[in-house]
Design a protein around this ligand. Structure first.
Ligand SMILES: [Mg+2]
Length: 234
């Protein structure tokens, strides 16, 4: 891919008249990735250490290489895989901490505007079905969406071409009239390779981390940068 770099403020504006379908990622896009970061980097290693009688450092030393190896693959998102790997119920642990799940700034307002628009709005997530269930119980995302798909149902994460081909079969869409917003640039690259024309990433998926100033794809800090051309809901 040719080098394309977007620096702060280089974006944006969407010509909404050209968009029929909006695909939205969940974690780090609509929802604050802070919950997931804390869960996987603090809560899980602490629980592992407790469960196996080792130090938190030893737990991290064991878990980090597995995280690196599985990153970008379906196992990385799979709670069954992690429960088996760690020897305790990760779903239960996630449920215990679910109160930390929260929206990104302006995400609800953006969904409200999209709902009032001509666009078909679909959630595409790599989250495990149990993670999705826990998040939907906390925040009523489905209220704003025409459909929800988790890549586990397609047997391939969004990083793989198979995902897009299988999605197209289940939920036909016109790639050139589709806007896809995802905080993962490797996921956006996969969508681009499939032919999705309009791609946007997020500068601050995780509110506990600094905003990214350089991105490969056009980026917004918050969704209000995309409101022009959408119905004003007052
Ligand atoms: Mg994400």
């Amino acid at each position: 891919m040719a080098l394309r770099v977007h620096i702060d403020g280089s974006v944006l504006g969407v010509d909404w008249s050209k968009i029929q379908t909006v695909f939205l990622d969940m974690d780090g896009t609509l929802l604050d990735l802070r919950f997931d970061t804390e869960f996987w980097t603090k809560t899980v290693p602490h629980r592992y250490a407790q469960e196996h009688g080792v130090s938190v450092e030893d737990a991290r030393a064991y878990l980090n290489p597995i995280h690196q190896r599985e990153s970008g693959h379906l196992n990385w998102y799979c709670l069954d895989f992690w429960s088996k790997t760690m020897g305790f119920d990760v779903v239960e642990l996630k449920e215990q901490h679910a109160s930390g799940i929260g929206w990104r700034p302006e995400a609800e307002n953006f969904l409200r505007r999209l709902r009032a628009s001509h666009c078909h709005v679909v959630l595409l997530t790599n989250a495990h079905p149990e993670t999705l269930r826990i998040k939907l119980e906390q925040l009523a995302l489905e209220h704003w969406l025409d459909a929800i798909y988790t890549s586990h149902g397609f047997g391939a994460p969004k990083e793989y071409r198979d995902f897009w081909e299988r999605l197209q079969v289940h939920h036909p869409f016109e790639p050139t009239a589709t806007l896809f917003i995802d905080d993962s640039e490797s996921v956006l690259a996969s969508a681009e390779a499939y032919g999705v024309s309009h791609l946007i990433t997020l500068r601050q998926p995780d509110s506990s981390q600094a905003a990214r100033s350089v991105t490969t794809y056009p980026a917004v800090l918050h969704f209000d940068e995309l409101y022009r051309g959408l119905p004003d809901i007052g």
